[in-house]
Structure formats: C-alpha cells, structure tokens
Design a protein around this ligand. Structure first.
Ligand code: GDP
Length: 484
C-alpha cells in the first residue's frame, strides 16, 4: 500500500489561488507564503479577473513607483504646484494616490484596502506615508518596487496640515466653486474622515469624479471603509462585479493580498499559535473592545461575554462540582481554546477562572489565552502596534469569532479570516444588552459613516435600498453600510 495515498495529499495552496505573485523572496517576509500553513483551505475562489488585474497593477506600480523616471517627472510638476490645462501632455502617464496614516491600526488597515481598491479601479498607484510605523508592521506587497512614499516627497512637510479648510481640499473647492473643467490642479486632498461634509462625499459620485480622475496626485486621509460607496458608483460597478463575483469577499481577498505581517510580527503570531492554539480541537476568538475613556473592567461586559457564548453554544456551560466525578478515561476530552483580545486583561482572567473552578457540563476542556493586555491605546508605538496586528491576525486564524460592535479591529480579524462573526451589541447605560449578541450577515467590514445622501438631487435617499448587496450593518442599524 502506498502510505502517502492514505493521507490527504492535496498540495498546499501557497499562492492562494494565484492571488499572490511568486516573485518574492520567501525569507524576507515569511508570512506571505506561510500563512496557508495556518489556515484551512479557502472556501472562496479568487476570480481570474482579479488575478490578472493584480498582475497588471504590479507592472504599473513597477513602472511608476518611487525611483522611476515617471515618478520623478510626476513629483517635479507637483513642486511647482500649478494648474494644468486639460489636454496638457505634461500630465504624464502615471497617477498617484497617497495614503496618510490616521487613527488606530484597524482603521488604517480598512482604509488602506479601500484606497488600494480605488487605485485598482482608476489605474492609480498607491503610495503610503511611511513616517508612522507601517514598515514595521507590513511587508512590501508589490514585487520589485516599493509602496512607501519617499520621505523627500515635495508635499511631505504640508501633509499633516491638510484638513477640510485646505484650499486644495476637494470638498472645499466644490463648496467655494473653485473647481472648473478647464484647469486641473496638480494635486487634491480628499477628506474622507467621519466628519466629512456633503461636498467631500461627492468624491463617490460619478458626476463629480471625472475631474478627480484627471488629477495626477491625490492625497487622502480617511478612517472609513468606503468600499460600499464605490459599489454604488455606476462607473465602478461593472468592473467590481467582475473582480468580486462574490460580493462579500472584497476585503477578504484584498487583505490576503496586501497585508503580510513582517517577520517580527509573524514570529509573535506563530509563537502564540503554536504554544497555545494549535493543539486545540476548536479555537474560539473573542475580541473585546470597550469604547470608553477608561479601559477599565466592566461587569456588565463580562456578563455579556458569558451570556453570548453560552446562548450561542460557542462555549459549554459549567456544571456543579459533584457532577464532574465520573470521567470517561477511554476517550480524551475535547479541547477548546479561547483566544481573547482586549486592552483589559480582566475578561480573560475571569473566563479562565470560571473554567478552572468548575467543570464543564459537556466534559470539554476549555483553555483561555490572552496574548497582551496593553491597558490603553498607544497607536504609533512600534511594539504596541505590532502586538495589535499580531492579535488581529491570530483572531483571523480561529474557527469561530465573537467581535465587538463598531470596532474596526474586529472587522479586520473577521474579514481576513473569512469569518461571519457573532457581534456583541453595544451596551447601553452600563447594562448587558438583551440579546447579548447576534450573528453578522457577512464577513465584510461595515462602512460606519457612509454619505448621508445619494448622489442625485434627492436628499435623504435610503442608501441601503439602492442595490440588494449593500445593506445596513447589523451593529449600526439604519446607518452603516456593508456588502453582503
Ligand atoms: P477600533 O478603535 O476598535 O475601531 O480599532 P483600531 O484598531 O482602529 O483602534 C484601536 C487601537 O487600540 C488598536 O489599534 C490598538 O492599538 C488598541 N487596541 C484595542 N483593542 C486591542 C486589543 O484587543 N489588543 C491590542 N493589542 N490592542 C488593542
């Protein structure tokens, strides 16, 4: 008998169905080709159209990226900061969009994915502001080039001051009627933050986009997962449908393509996984995010976690001590590992005690593990951000996932993992909500503050009713939008 034929010999899909290029050196970024060792085979196919679009993008990025003649020409124009006439040949062949790091890491990851998809759709090059710790977190995603915006970029000194009042802010120019169709500014600032105005939101509208499309340099600050609004733009929709025939897999594919933790972060992921999770029969992830000034321990949140996991049969109930005397020694008990992430270590400590002090009613063994307890948010501190990324990634490796409503940290974990989460609803008045949690309708992140109005003249249009695949989010009823 051929022994090897007995075991599953399906080869490991290192390149994730062609999503990843084979053109990288493996050692410089172990996570890129090793991630498949830690995940089950993906149930979601990558469309061949997406694969070819990515390979074309990679070529374009190589041609236009930092250090190329095209990049030099494009930045030189920017230095003069003059308006160009339509039809001016000097516009150049490469257009760029610069992503600036703002808000926490979850927000940053969602906006990077959004900006990258926008770049794919509009044949722009994405460049990322590297002054924060982005290169300590992620490997380069495109082969033979760099996505890091060079530090001598002409606008570098001004970027931090870009805001809604900036004269080259797209929304401000629309508001002041300083945009006309004969001259194109050499750069525009896009204000896509939660406090954006109607005029800023017109960036998503087909009608206003033709000018934006001609501007060689866009600089964007965003804390929004704005991909659902791209789907609502008729000029992008046909292309998006070809790229993502399964609409709720947009972030899933983009994240697996773009975000490869550096070796340092990957070491944290794999050490945690191998030490605490790999031997379990099932892994449950619980992401606890309490939005309050103090990240102190709240009993009503603890009660909510227990109520949710027991009601949804994610964790066994505990039994009275006496019932546990008979143990079946012939069959080893099932081992459930619970990975808890939170700024506060109290929730996992209590869960751990609960399963230590009493047996489970099912005989299962529950072990609880929380990698870090950072106490408070310390965005832009290298090790803190690395731990945050390692934990999002670890959550994405679980079998089932409980997340906290409104948290982009949890959105990244669910999207990357392809997991439809159970969402812990936001407590009101310091009380455990009833029901404590509910199942998400898709693994996609929520666009928490979408444009309030449609692009037409009609005000107050219901943006969740325009197409069937863009709906209200479960955790933000009648407001946020998500792809399903
Ligand atoms: P959001 O505020 O929940 O949408 O998520 P963000 O990731 O944008 O911002 C929260 C930040 O707080 C994270 O990036 C981390 O710096 C920190 N943080 C929050 N929860 C956790 C956690 O469970 N583990 C770790 N390591 N950091 C966390």
């Amino acid at each position: 008998v051929n022994v090897s034929s007995k075991v599953s010999v399906k080869p490991r899909d290192k390149l994730l169905g062609g999503l990843l290029t084979a053109d990288f050196d493996e050692d410089s970024c172990l996570s890129r080709y090793q991630s498949s060792l830690y995940r089950k085979p993906s149930p979601y196919n990558t469309s061949q159209y997406l694969v070819s679009k990515l390979r074309n993008y990679e070529m374009l990025h190589k041609r236009c990226g930092p250090g190329t003649d095209a990049y030099k020409i494009a930045t030189k124009k920017l230095g003069h900061d003059h308006n160009m006439n339509v039809g001016d040949k000097s516009v150049g062949e490469c257009k760029y969009i610069v992503w600036v790091a703002v808000y926490g890491l979850g927000n940053r990851i969602l906006t990077l994915a959004s900006v990258f998809l926008y770049a794919l759709l509009t044949d722009r090059i994405i460049l990322v502001d590297q002054r924060k710790d982005i290169s300590d977190l992620f490997c380069e995603p495109f082969p033979g080039t760099s996505w890091l915006l060079p530090l001598d970029f002409p606008l570098m000194g001004k970027i931090d001051s870009f805001d809604r009042e900036y004269s080259r802010c797209h929304g401000t120019m629309l508001k002041n009627h300083t945009i006309n169709s004969t001259t194109i500014p050499s750069h525009l600032y896009l204000h896509l933050l939660h406090d954006y105005r109607d005029q800023d939101q017109r960036f998503f509208c087909q009608k206003d986009h033709s000018l934006v499309d001609k501007v060689p340099w866009l600089v964007v600050k965003s804390n929004l997962y704005f991909i659902p609004s791209l789907w609502l733009n008729p000029s992008f929709q046909p292309e998006l449908i070809k790229l993502f025939p399964q609409k709720d897999t947009v972030f899933y594919h983009l994240a697996r393509y773009l975000f490869h933790p550096t070796n340092q972060v990957w070491g944290m992921v794999t050490r945690s996984y191998n030490a605490y999770l790999s031997r379990a029969d099932e892994i449950l992830g619980i992401q606890v995010r309490v939005f309050s000034r103090q990240t102190k321990y709240f009993q009503h949140v603890m009660n909510q976690i227990v109520a949710c996991t027991q009601r949804e049969k994610l964790l066994p109930e505990t039994a009275a001590q006496e019932e546990s005397q008979v143990t079946n020694t012939t069959k080893p008990p099932k081992l459930k590992a619970v990975l808890v992430t939170s700024l506060n270590p109290g929730y996992s400590n209590n869960l751990k005690n609960m399963y230590w002090e009493r047996p489970t009613s099912t005989g299962e063994i529950v072990k609880v593990y929380q990698p870090s307890g950072e106490r408070f948010q310390q965005t832009d501190k290298k090790l803190h951000d690395q731990k945050a990324l390692a934990e999002m990634y670890l959550l994405s490796l679980t079998d089932k996932l409980v997340t906290s409503a409104w948290s982009t940290f949890g959105y990244v974990a669910q999207g990357l993992g392809g997991l439809k989460p159970w969402i812990l609803y936001t407590p009101k008045k310091f009380k455990t909500p009833d029901p404590p949690c509910g199942r998400g309708v898709s693994m996609e992140p929520c666009f928490l503050t979408p444009p309030a109005h449609g692009c037409g003249a009609k005000k107050g249009i219901n943006t969740a009713k325009i197409v069937p695949f863009v709906r209200y989010c479960e955790d933000l009823r009648h407001y946020g939008l998500k792809l399903v």
